[in-house]
Design a protein around this ligand. Sequence first.
Ligand code: KIV
Length: 314
Amino acid sequence: MSLTSSSADARLSPSGVSLPKVTIPALAEMKRQGKPISALTAYDYSTARLVDEAGIDLILVGDSLAMVVLGLENTLAVTVDEMLHHTRAVRRAVHRALVVADMPFGSYHGAIDEAVANAVRFIKEAGAEAVKIEGPRVDLVRGLVEAEIPVVAHLGLTPQSVHRMGGYRVQARTAEAALQLQADAFALAHAGAGAIVLEGVPREAAAAITTALPIPTIGIGAGPDCDGQILVFHDLVNLTFAPAAKFVRRYADASALFRSAIERYREDVEHRAFPSDTESYHLPQSARRLFQMDVRDDADEVVNRDAREEITQS
Ligand code: KIV
């Protein structure tokens, strides 16, 4: 591989301008320059394409897919194979954004070697460019980085700890807990994490950590002072069938849009208003004449046969 950029290093914008690929070092550079990092989840080819083409910097194939795509109650049941399947679909769509795969519950909670082997699958089999893990797992971050796997850490409200937390509750609400959060963030940064997602923590704690930390923070329910923001795609466009959390801003109502399209289609089918003649394929004129003659002959044949049967039976 040469040091000159390959076609994988850049993509062309719709207007033909070359856009550089977002990488972990590029995120660090954005923090240095005070340029906000935009991030969003995606779980399939079509949404990932839209997200990438809209210029979002980081796409997370989040284990939130367990809930918003698979309809499960929480994120705990989704498997490595399911996450790989969705990561591959996203990877095929994305040219510019950094693709980060969430490691699912249970895939990194045992021996470090086993966790590294699972993370390798996301890079090797699905084309992820980094993995995300929840909690202050400093030794694991070190192990992953030693294996050349970039890591996005995740602190605060970590949904895979739902049972320990007793629900999805804002974390670090006391001075001690906020100091512990800061200490964990520092330890993860020093172990080599490339960025840290801060979820469901007070704005003040997130702001202080963001200022002090050498690596970017990406907030979700952590206030506006983080280096970047991430939301779940389905929250952004109202496809969750549930009231939005306080930190969610709905930018579109895809539920209403899709519902109306689906209902109009059903009505059209029921009223034979779909498809129209112009939405149908046609035989060429010459073939149409011959075909109609044949159909008429066949119909006559059926009538004659029925008549013959009636005569023989009577
Ligand atoms: O799985 C997910 O979508 C996440 C984001 C909420 C950060 O972890």
